[in-house]
Design a protein around this ligand. Structure first.
Ligand SMILES: Cc1ncc(COP(=O)(O)O)c(C=O)c1O
Length: 315
Protein backbone atom coordinates (compact mmCIF):
# COMPACT_ATOMS: atom_id res chain seq x y z
CA UNK A 1 0.00 0.00 0.00
CA UNK A 2 1.45 3.36 -1.00
CA UNK A 3 0.56 6.83 0.22
CA UNK A 4 -0.97 9.36 -2.17
CA UNK A 5 1.52 11.70 -3.83
CA UNK A 6 -0.98 14.34 -4.93
CA UNK A 7 -4.04 16.09 -3.59
CA UNK A 8 -6.42 18.46 -5.36
CA UNK A 9 -6.38 21.88 -3.69
CA UNK A 10 -9.02 24.39 -4.90
CA UNK A 11 -8.20 24.39 -8.63
CA UNK A 12 -5.16 22.19 -9.23
CA UNK A 13 -3.12 19.19 -8.19
CA UNK A 14 -0.57 19.80 -5.46
CA UNK A 15 1.90 17.58 -3.57
CA UNK A 16 0.06 15.64 -0.87
CA UNK A 17 1.81 17.63 1.85
CA UNK A 18 -0.16 20.72 0.73
CA UNK A 19 -3.50 19.08 1.51
CA UNK A 20 -4.09 21.12 4.67
CA UNK A 21 -6.89 23.42 5.85
CA UNK A 22 -6.27 26.71 7.67
CA UNK A 23 -6.55 26.53 11.45
CA UNK A 24 -8.84 29.59 11.51
CA UNK A 25 -11.60 28.32 9.23
CA UNK A 26 -15.20 27.40 10.04
CA UNK A 27 -14.53 24.07 8.36
CA UNK A 28 -11.87 23.26 10.93
CA UNK A 29 -13.26 25.13 13.95
CA UNK A 30 -16.96 24.26 13.63
CA UNK A 31 -17.10 21.26 11.27
CA UNK A 32 -18.73 23.46 8.62
CA UNK A 33 -17.83 21.43 5.58
CA UNK A 34 -19.50 18.90 3.35
CA UNK A 35 -17.86 15.86 1.87
CA UNK A 36 -18.35 12.62 -0.04
CA UNK A 37 -17.01 9.12 0.35
CA UNK A 38 -16.65 7.49 -3.08
CA UNK A 39 -14.93 4.32 -4.25
CA UNK A 40 -12.86 3.67 -7.34
CA UNK A 41 -12.66 -0.04 -8.17
CA UNK A 42 -10.21 -2.02 -10.25
CA UNK A 43 -11.89 -3.51 -13.35
CA UNK A 44 -10.71 -5.24 -16.53
CA UNK A 45 -10.98 -1.88 -18.26
CA UNK A 46 -8.91 -0.07 -15.64
CA UNK A 47 -9.98 1.94 -12.59
CA UNK A 48 -13.65 2.93 -12.51
CA UNK A 49 -15.61 5.06 -10.06
CA UNK A 50 -18.89 3.68 -8.71
CA UNK A 51 -21.91 5.97 -9.13
CA UNK A 52 -19.79 9.05 -9.56
CA UNK A 53 -22.61 11.29 -10.80
CA UNK A 54 -24.80 10.45 -7.81
CA UNK A 55 -21.98 11.18 -5.36
CA UNK A 56 -21.09 14.48 -7.03
CA UNK A 57 -24.76 15.48 -7.01
CA UNK A 58 -25.04 14.61 -3.31
CA UNK A 59 -21.98 16.75 -2.57
CA UNK A 60 -23.63 19.68 -4.34
CA UNK A 61 -26.93 18.97 -2.57
CA UNK A 62 -25.11 18.90 0.79
CA UNK A 63 -23.51 22.28 0.00
CA UNK A 64 -26.90 23.69 -1.01
CA UNK A 65 -28.62 22.35 2.12
CA UNK A 66 -26.18 24.00 4.50
CA UNK A 67 -26.41 27.30 2.66
CA UNK A 68 -23.27 27.60 0.56
CA UNK A 69 -23.62 30.04 -2.35
CA UNK A 70 -21.31 30.67 -5.29
CA UNK A 71 -19.29 27.49 -5.12
CA UNK A 72 -15.87 27.62 -6.77
CA UNK A 73 -16.63 24.39 -8.70
CA UNK A 74 -19.54 22.94 -10.65
CA UNK A 75 -20.63 19.37 -11.35
CA UNK A 76 -18.25 18.74 -14.26
CA UNK A 77 -15.30 20.41 -12.56
CA UNK A 78 -15.74 18.23 -9.47
CA UNK A 79 -15.81 15.11 -11.65
CA UNK A 80 -12.73 16.25 -13.51
CA UNK A 81 -10.83 17.04 -10.30
CA UNK A 82 -11.66 13.57 -8.95
CA UNK A 83 -10.51 11.95 -12.18
CA UNK A 84 -7.26 13.91 -12.28
CA UNK A 85 -6.51 13.16 -8.62
CA UNK A 86 -6.96 9.41 -9.14
CA UNK A 87 -4.91 9.47 -12.35
CA UNK A 88 -2.09 11.48 -10.84
CA UNK A 89 -1.75 9.04 -7.95
CA UNK A 90 -1.91 6.05 -10.32
CA UNK A 91 -4.10 4.02 -7.99
CA UNK A 92 -5.89 1.03 -9.54
CA UNK A 93 -8.48 1.26 -6.76
CA UNK A 94 -8.94 3.80 -4.01
CA UNK A 95 -11.25 5.71 -1.70
CA UNK A 96 -12.05 9.27 -2.82
CA UNK A 97 -12.79 12.12 -0.44
CA UNK A 98 -13.90 15.41 -2.04
CA UNK A 99 -14.74 18.18 0.40
CA UNK A 100 -16.07 21.73 0.30
CA UNK A 101 -15.16 23.60 3.46
CA UNK A 102 -15.80 27.12 4.71
CA UNK A 103 -12.58 29.09 5.01
CA UNK A 104 -12.59 31.99 7.46
CA UNK A 105 -16.09 32.76 8.80
CA UNK A 106 -15.13 32.81 12.47
CA UNK A 107 -18.18 35.07 13.03
CA UNK A 108 -20.59 32.21 12.33
CA UNK A 109 -22.21 33.13 9.03
CA UNK A 110 -21.67 31.49 5.67
CA UNK A 111 -21.28 34.88 4.00
CA UNK A 112 -18.31 35.73 6.23
CA UNK A 113 -16.15 33.07 4.61
CA UNK A 114 -15.15 31.49 1.32
CA UNK A 115 -16.01 27.96 0.18
CA UNK A 116 -12.93 25.95 -0.79
CA UNK A 117 -12.73 22.64 -2.60
CA UNK A 118 -10.28 19.78 -2.10
CA UNK A 119 -10.01 16.12 -3.10
CA UNK A 120 -7.91 13.43 -1.44
CA UNK A 121 -7.60 9.79 -2.50
CA UNK A 122 -6.05 6.86 -0.71
CA UNK A 123 -5.63 3.15 -1.22
CA UNK A 124 -8.29 1.20 0.54
CA UNK A 125 -8.30 -1.79 2.83
CA UNK A 126 -11.42 -3.52 4.06
CA UNK A 127 -13.36 -1.25 6.41
CA UNK A 128 -14.66 -3.80 8.88
CA UNK A 129 -12.07 -6.54 8.41
CA UNK A 130 -11.90 -9.37 5.85
CA UNK A 131 -13.76 -11.78 8.12
CA UNK A 132 -16.75 -9.46 8.57
CA UNK A 133 -18.10 -10.14 5.08
CA UNK A 134 -18.28 -13.87 5.65
CA UNK A 135 -19.35 -14.03 9.27
CA UNK A 136 -21.06 -10.70 9.90
CA UNK A 137 -20.42 -8.32 12.76
CA UNK A 138 -21.86 -7.59 16.22
CA UNK A 139 -23.79 -4.40 16.89
CA UNK A 140 -25.75 -2.79 19.69
CA UNK A 141 -28.37 -0.08 19.95
CA UNK A 142 -26.51 3.09 20.76
CA UNK A 143 -27.31 5.19 23.81
CA UNK A 144 -26.94 8.18 21.46
CA UNK A 145 -29.98 9.23 19.41
CA UNK A 146 -29.49 9.91 15.70
CA UNK A 147 -29.85 13.48 14.49
CA UNK A 148 -33.24 15.06 13.86
CA UNK A 149 -33.46 17.07 10.62
CA UNK A 150 -34.49 20.18 12.56
CA UNK A 151 -31.32 19.93 14.64
CA UNK A 152 -28.79 18.89 12.01
CA UNK A 153 -29.48 18.17 8.37
CA UNK A 154 -29.58 14.42 7.85
CA UNK A 155 -29.63 14.63 4.04
CA UNK A 156 -26.34 16.50 3.98
CA UNK A 157 -22.99 14.86 4.55
CA UNK A 158 -21.83 17.59 6.89
CA UNK A 159 -18.58 17.02 8.75
CA UNK A 160 -20.09 18.18 12.05
CA UNK A 161 -22.75 15.44 11.84
CA UNK A 162 -20.01 12.88 12.26
CA UNK A 163 -19.33 13.88 15.86
CA UNK A 164 -22.56 11.99 16.55
CA UNK A 165 -21.25 8.97 14.62
CA UNK A 166 -17.90 9.02 16.41
CA UNK A 167 -19.59 9.23 19.82
CA UNK A 168 -21.78 6.24 19.03
CA UNK A 169 -19.18 4.03 17.37
CA UNK A 170 -16.56 4.71 20.02
CA UNK A 171 -19.03 3.82 22.76
CA UNK A 172 -20.06 0.60 20.97
CA UNK A 173 -16.50 -0.50 20.28
CA UNK A 174 -15.43 0.24 23.86
CA UNK A 175 -18.34 -1.97 24.96
CA UNK A 176 -17.00 -4.77 22.72
CA UNK A 177 -19.27 -4.41 19.66
CA UNK A 178 -18.20 -3.65 16.10
CA UNK A 179 -20.86 -1.10 15.13
CA UNK A 180 -23.64 1.03 16.63
CA UNK A 181 -27.26 1.07 15.46
CA UNK A 182 -28.72 4.50 16.06
CA UNK A 183 -32.42 5.07 16.72
CA UNK A 184 -33.97 8.31 15.56
CA UNK A 185 -35.74 10.80 17.87
CA UNK A 186 -38.99 8.89 17.11
CA UNK A 187 -37.51 5.75 18.69
CA UNK A 188 -37.36 3.79 15.43
CA UNK A 189 -34.20 2.58 13.73
CA UNK A 190 -32.47 5.35 11.77
CA UNK A 191 -29.10 4.09 10.55
CA UNK A 192 -25.65 3.07 11.71
CA UNK A 193 -22.74 5.46 12.13
CA UNK A 194 -21.78 5.29 8.46
CA UNK A 195 -24.18 2.77 6.95
CA UNK A 196 -27.87 2.32 6.17
CA UNK A 197 -29.70 -0.70 7.52
CA UNK A 198 -31.89 -3.43 6.00
CA UNK A 199 -33.65 -6.46 7.44
CA UNK A 200 -35.09 -9.55 5.80
CA UNK A 201 -38.15 -11.34 7.12
CA UNK A 202 -40.04 -14.10 5.32
CA UNK A 203 -38.21 -13.24 2.09
CA UNK A 204 -39.31 -9.59 2.12
CA UNK A 205 -36.61 -6.92 2.45
CA UNK A 206 -37.33 -3.92 4.68
CA UNK A 207 -35.39 -0.70 5.12
CA UNK A 208 -35.97 2.50 7.02
CA UNK A 209 -37.83 5.50 5.54
CA UNK A 210 -35.68 8.24 4.05
CA UNK A 211 -36.74 11.26 6.09
CA UNK A 212 -34.34 10.89 9.00
CA UNK A 213 -31.33 9.26 7.33
CA UNK A 214 -28.55 10.00 4.91
CA UNK A 215 -29.90 8.69 1.62
CA UNK A 216 -27.16 6.21 0.97
CA UNK A 217 -26.14 5.58 -2.61
CA UNK A 218 -25.31 1.96 -1.73
CA UNK A 219 -28.80 1.69 -0.19
CA UNK A 220 -30.38 2.82 -3.44
CA UNK A 221 -28.06 0.53 -5.42
CA UNK A 222 -29.08 -2.51 -3.34
CA UNK A 223 -32.79 -1.66 -3.53
CA UNK A 224 -32.47 -1.59 -7.32
CA UNK A 225 -30.47 -4.85 -7.47
CA UNK A 226 -32.91 -6.59 -5.12
CA UNK A 227 -35.93 -5.43 -7.14
CA UNK A 228 -34.18 -6.55 -10.35
CA UNK A 229 -34.08 -9.99 -8.75
CA UNK A 230 -37.77 -9.89 -7.95
CA UNK A 231 -37.55 -9.18 -4.22
CA UNK A 232 -40.11 -6.92 -2.61
CA UNK A 233 -38.38 -4.05 -0.83
CA UNK A 234 -40.48 -2.10 1.67
CA UNK A 235 -39.45 1.25 3.17
CA UNK A 236 -41.19 1.61 6.54
CA UNK A 237 -40.36 2.36 10.18
CA UNK A 238 -38.39 -0.45 11.85
CA UNK A 239 -38.46 -1.03 15.59
CA UNK A 240 -35.69 -2.40 17.73
CA UNK A 241 -37.50 -5.67 18.36
CA UNK A 242 -38.16 -6.16 14.65
CA UNK A 243 -34.39 -6.38 14.31
CA UNK A 244 -34.19 -9.09 16.96
CA UNK A 245 -36.67 -11.38 15.16
CA UNK A 246 -35.45 -10.74 11.61
CA UNK A 247 -34.15 -13.63 9.52
CA UNK A 248 -31.28 -11.40 8.38
CA UNK A 249 -30.06 -7.89 9.12
CA UNK A 250 -27.41 -6.23 6.99
CA UNK A 251 -25.90 -2.79 6.68
CA UNK A 252 -24.45 -1.06 3.64
CA UNK A 253 -22.37 1.92 2.67
CA UNK A 254 -19.58 2.98 0.36
CA UNK A 255 -16.95 2.02 2.91
CA UNK A 256 -18.60 -1.12 4.37
CA UNK A 257 -20.24 -2.36 1.12
CA UNK A 258 -22.68 -5.10 2.31
CA UNK A 259 -22.13 -6.57 5.79
CA UNK A 260 -24.42 -8.82 7.86
CA UNK A 261 -25.17 -8.10 11.51
CA UNK A 262 -24.90 -11.51 13.12
CA UNK A 263 -25.74 -10.34 16.63
CA UNK A 264 -27.59 -7.30 18.01
CA UNK A 265 -27.75 -6.49 21.73
CA UNK A 266 -26.45 -10.00 22.55
CA UNK A 267 -29.25 -11.64 20.52
CA UNK A 268 -28.26 -13.89 17.61
CA UNK A 269 -29.87 -12.77 14.35
CA UNK A 270 -31.17 -15.59 12.14
CA UNK A 271 -28.55 -18.32 11.83
CA UNK A 272 -25.82 -16.12 13.28
CA UNK A 273 -23.98 -15.49 10.02
CA UNK A 274 -24.60 -13.82 6.67
CA UNK A 275 -27.93 -15.21 5.39
CA UNK A 276 -28.89 -16.12 1.81
CA UNK A 277 -30.32 -12.72 0.81
CA UNK A 278 -27.32 -10.89 2.24
CA UNK A 279 -24.96 -13.24 0.43
CA UNK A 280 -26.82 -12.89 -2.85
CA UNK A 281 -26.63 -9.11 -2.60
CA UNK A 282 -22.94 -9.25 -1.66
CA UNK A 283 -22.27 -11.31 -4.77
CA UNK A 284 -24.32 -9.00 -7.00
CA UNK A 285 -22.50 -6.02 -5.55
CA UNK A 286 -19.09 -7.63 -6.12
CA UNK A 287 -20.02 -8.33 -9.74
CA UNK A 288 -21.22 -4.78 -10.16
CA UNK A 289 -18.05 -3.14 -8.86
CA UNK A 290 -15.75 -5.43 -10.80
CA UNK A 291 -17.48 -4.48 -14.06
CA UNK A 292 -19.15 -7.88 -14.61
CA UNK A 293 -22.79 -6.95 -13.97
CA UNK A 294 -25.46 -5.82 -16.42
CA UNK A 295 -25.66 -2.50 -14.60
CA UNK A 296 -21.87 -1.98 -14.42
CA UNK A 297 -21.62 0.00 -17.64
CA UNK A 298 -24.22 2.48 -16.37
CA UNK A 299 -22.95 2.79 -12.82
CA UNK A 300 -19.17 2.61 -13.25
CA UNK A 301 -17.29 5.57 -14.75
CA UNK A 302 -13.89 4.54 -16.17
CA UNK A 303 -11.30 7.03 -14.93
CA UNK A 304 -9.68 7.29 -18.37
CA UNK A 305 -12.98 8.27 -19.97
CA UNK A 306 -13.74 11.18 -17.67
CA UNK A 307 -13.26 14.47 -19.45
CA UNK A 308 -10.74 16.99 -18.23
CA UNK A 309 -12.48 20.27 -17.40
CA UNK A 310 -10.52 23.19 -16.03
CA UNK A 311 -11.69 24.82 -12.82
CA UNK A 312 -13.45 28.16 -12.99
CA UNK A 313 -11.61 29.27 -9.85
CA UNK A 314 -8.08 30.61 -10.07
CA UNK A 315 -7.49 30.69 -6.37
C1 LIG B 1 -24.56 8.30 8.29
C2 LIG B 1 -24.42 7.52 7.04
N1 LIG B 1 -25.45 6.77 6.63
C3 LIG B 1 -25.38 6.04 5.51
C4 LIG B 1 -24.23 6.03 4.73
C5 LIG B 1 -24.17 5.21 3.49
O1 LIG B 1 -24.14 6.06 2.36
P1 LIG B 1 -23.44 5.63 1.00
O2 LIG B 1 -24.01 4.31 0.64
O3 LIG B 1 -23.83 6.69 0.04
O4 LIG B 1 -22.00 5.56 1.25
C6 LIG B 1 -23.14 6.81 5.12
C7 LIG B 1 -21.91 6.83 4.32
O5 LIG B 1 -21.73 7.71 3.52
C8 LIG B 1 -23.24 7.58 6.29
O6 LIG B 1 -22.21 8.32 6.70
Amino acid sequence: MSAASYVWVHDSLKPASEGVVPFLSAGMQYGFSVFEGIRCYSTENGPAVLRLDEHVQRLLDSAHIIGFRDLPVDFEQIKSAINQTISANEFASCYIRPMIFLDGAMSLTVEAGEPRFMVAVWEWQRFLGAEAKENGIRANISSFTRLHPNIMMTKAKVSGNYVSSILAKTESQRAGFDEAIMLGPDGYVAECTGENLFLVRKNVIYTTPRAGILEGITRETLITLARDWGYTVVEEPISRDQLYIADEVFVCGTAAEVIALREIDFRVIGTGKAGPVTRALQQEFDQLVSGRHARSSKWLSPVSALASVSSKSNR
